[in-house]
Design a protein around this ligand. Structure first.
Ligand code: ADP
Length: 192
């Protein structure tokens, strides 16, 4: 089963956690743009230094930085037979860049998974995470800003993927194992 996947969902929907679990199950790498940026910021690389200013404010990192990073990562050997992309694309422009990047590698997406949860649930989870993990962008201001950007720029992308027959929507509320099971079942049904 070929699995070139994107996982989408608002901040706090659990997409990072579920991406890692699906990746493990399918034997493909989980590629999280947020994790790559955070690792670079922690190590003080030029990419990390440039991205950190935007991340800490809850803003999107500019496309010229993000797109190149994703193109390079997808061309790596471990992603040749599949991947799950978490945190990209987040804008209509990035959707186009991803399609082109995959086309230039002679391939395309198999499915886009959307995890859903209501705002009150998302806020409760993010506040808890702020205490547990201390992420610089889990302040009240940055959280509402990120949720706003998600609603305005990222959520509308699901209708594009629905029209392309790629969208698989799964309820992100429930215990972790249950969500993973539902997700894998929905994916299996979609991929056939
Ligand atoms: P969250 O989904 O909770 O915002 P992520 O770990 O996915 O967390 O992303 C953290 C930050 O990394 C984002 O707020 C943004 O600054 C940057 N980032 C991640 N992916 C992208 C992207 N596709 N385009 C622009 N910026 C991104």
């Amino acid at each position: 089963m070929s699995a070139r996947l994107v996982i989408m969902g608002p901040q706090g929907s659990g997409k990072g956690t579920q991406a890692a679990r699906i990746a493990e199950h399918l034997g493909v790498p989980a590629i999280s743009t947020g994790d790559i940026f955070r690792a670079n910021a922690k190590n003080g690389t030029p990419l990390g230094q440039r991205a950190k200013v935007f991340m800490d404010a809850g803003d999107l990192v500019p496309d010229e930085i993000t797109n190149a990073m994703v193109r390079n990562r997808l061309a790596e050997q471990d992603a040749a037979d599949g991947f799950i992309l978490d945190g990209y694309p987040r804008t209509a422009a990035q959707v186009g860049v991803l399609d082109e990047a995959l086309a230039s590698l002679g391939t395309k997406l198999d499915a886009v998974v959307e995890l859903t949860a209501e705002r009150a649930e998302l806020l409760a989870r993010l506040r808890k995470r702020a205490v547990l993990e201390g992420r610089a962008d889990d302040t009240e201001d940055a959280i509402s800003h990120r949720l706003e950007i998600y609603a305005e720029q990222t959520a509308p992308l699901t209708s594009h993927y629905a029209r392309a027959g790629l969208l698989v929507t799964v309820n992100g509320v429930g215990d972790l194992d249950e969500v993973t099971e539902n997700l894998l079942a929905a994916l299996a049904a979609h991929l056939g």
